[in-house]
Design a protein around this ligand. Structure first.
Ligand SMILES: [Zn+2]
Length: 132
């Protein structure tokens, strides 16, 4: 798996540096996710990568109790979430710190930091979200 190819390479390279970079159209200002090389709204190919705070709200979540592919390194259970990033509306998949196994609330405020998920011997940058 090569995570540094393609239209979303700046996202992955940003995470590797501890920064959240998200794509915005330089033509019309639309946030674009998944990352594209051309804006679907206005057709511009001017994509700007804008740093955003790792802050957002829980859009959805699930707690996983059984292993499946690529989760070998995670302690069970773990909580996957889709987070809506503040001030841009982009939704990102990530993991939620879940020390007490208290069910998250939809819309709950969260903040993120960059961690890693070990997949097939490689550390893939991952946003680890925490409540509050
Ligand atoms: Zn556009």
């Amino acid at each position: 798996m090569n995570i540094n190819d393609g239209a979303d390479a700046p996202y992955w390279n940003g995470l590797a540096e501890g920064r959240l970079l998200l794509p915005r159209c330089g033509g019309c200002g639309e946030w674009l996710w998944p990352a594209l090389s051309r804006c679907g709204t206005c057709g511009s190919e001017e994509i700007q990568w804008v740093e955003r705070a790792m802050a957002g709200a829980i859009f959805s979540w699930t707690r996983t109790w059984h292993r499946f592919g690529f989760t070998e390194s995670l302690d069970l259970p773990f909580v996957s979430i889709v987070a809506t990033v503040d001030d841009c509306g982009i939704r990102l998949l990530g993991r939620l710190d879940d020390p007490d196994q208290i069910d998250p609330l939809i819309g709950e405020a969260i903040t993120g930091r960059v961690g890693a998920t070990r997949v097939e011997g490689r550390d893939i940058p991952t946003i680890i979200w925490s409540r509050g």
